[in-house]
Design a protein around this ligand. Structure first.
Ligand code: SAH
Length: 389
């Protein structure tokens, strides 16, 4: 009897490595889609890799919801490690090690690997596999959701990550507190294309803009979906993300809030975006809040622990805007766009330098995008959350 669970693929633990070896051999000689049972099989159905006659142990289900697609091609695993320039002194962070296909190779090249894996069953297999190779002293596994785990110090990230957390994970890495040399990530091809996109490309979006502010992204190679077990619906690409040595001097809360406004409708002209009544009201309110906050900051008597009172007061202050005030404020916004030559420009075609310049012009005129009442860095939380899928 087969044990099938919805949206999962069943593998026998005892035969897992055997399968991987077979598929590895297959994939080096041909490009069969690994593990397909029959041609009609749809990705949404369960796939059978072994039956109970062969299965003396509990079956291992691979869950799509956890992005469990194991990379089986040794040549590609080797190429990823090689292209990552791992040094023998490096601590490598791996997100989603799964059964350890990449981990064992990283352990052979690095001083230490810290692997963060959400699935306890994978952790057990990983420990066993690494112990069999005598490499256990150099592996530290954190059994947690990578989005909730605190990352330790590391030199490099090398990982075939679960694609469902691509955006928030990239955001967490590039805007995190840990300095690192590079992150070599296997990503869904479409997602990788967006990270690599330049102003004017159809894939260019807010994530690309925000990542580009602090890091350079380089294409490494494409990887066919046929190299994974089970075979996913989409192809993949490897990219390398390198934090920039020099990050522009900009308030990040302001930058994230600004790019959120600009890229909500990335192909709309900035004139059209900023002339919307809703946007004018919002920015006027933020400008007034910023003014009040500045007053509070310069007030020696202010203790700083009555946040709520301040917020209420500012809300009342902002809602009292007259039509004349609104008109003047809108003219101020349009004036900035015009003098900077931005009124007819579309954000999807602007470079980061141009966007930084526009933000500078706005801030200089007392127009802000981040709510100054929110604690510092709160947009960072929002930033990662906005990119969760
Ligand atoms: N790197 C392995 C496995 C890739 S599959 C290989 O290339 O073969 C993705 C792995 O990420 C799975 O083991 C899955 O359990 C794990 N995973 C999924 N969501 C995760 C999360 N939020 N945090 C950490 N690991 C996660």
């Amino acid at each position: 009897m087969l044990l099938l669970k919805p949206k999962s693929t069943q593998l026998c633990v005892s035969r897992l490595i055997f399968w991987q070896n077979c598929l590895r051999n297959l994939s080096t000689t041909s490009s069969h889609c690994s593990g397909k049972v029959n041609d009609e099989e749809d990705d949404d159905k369960d796939q059978k890799f072994c039956d109970t006659k062969e299965n003396q142990q509990d079956p291992l289900y691979l869950y799509k919801s956890k992005g469990q697609h194991l990379l089986t091609n040794t040549r590609i695993l080797d190429a990823i490690v090689r292209r990552s320039n791992v040094r023998p002194t490096d601590t490598v962070l791996e997100i989603g090690p799964g059964t350890g296909n990449l981990t064992v190779k990283l352990l052979e090249a690095a001083k230490r690997v810290v692997a963060i894996e959400i699935d306890k069953r994978m952790v057990d297999i990983l420990h066993k596999r690494v112990a069999e190779k005598g490499l256990q002293d150099r592996l530290h596994v954190i059994c947690k959701d990578a989005m909730k785990a605190e990352f330790p110090q590391f030199d490099l990230v090398v990982a075939n990550i679960p694609y469902g957390i691509s955006s928030p994970l990239v955001a967490k890495l590039v805007y995190g507190r840990n300095p690192f040399r590079s992150a070599t990530l296997l990503l869904q091809k479409e997602f990788a294309r967006r990270l690599l996109a330049k102003p004017g490309d159809s894939e260019f979006n807010r994530l690309a803009v925000n990542v580009k502010l602090v890091a350079d992204v380089e294409f490494v190679m494409d990887v066919s979906k046929r190299e994974f077990l089970p075979c996913p619906k989409v192809d993949s690409s490897v990219v390398m993300i390198r934090p920039k040595a020099q990050v522009p001097d900009v308030n990040l809360d302001e930058w994230w809030a600004f790019t959120r406004t600009c890229f909500r409708k990335k192909n709309k002209t900035l004139g059209a975006t900023f002339k919307q009544k809703k946007k004018v009201i919002e920015l006027l309110k933020l400008a007034k809040t910023a003014l009040v906050c500045k007053d509070y900051e310069s007030d020696d008597d202010y203790g700083g622990d009555n946040e709520e009172e301040r917020t209420d007061e500012e809300d009342g202050f902002a809602s009292s805007a007259s039509d004349l005030e609104m008109t003047l404020f809108k003219e101020k916004i349009v004036g900035i766009l015009r003098t900077g030559g931005f009124e007819d420009k579309r954000p999807s075609k602007l470079s980061n330098e141009e966007l930084l310049h526009l933000l500078f012009l706005f801030n200089q005129a007392g127009i802000y995008f981040h709510d100054h009442v929110l604690p510092k860095g709160s947009d960072n939380v929002e930033f990662a959350a906005a990119y969760s899928s």
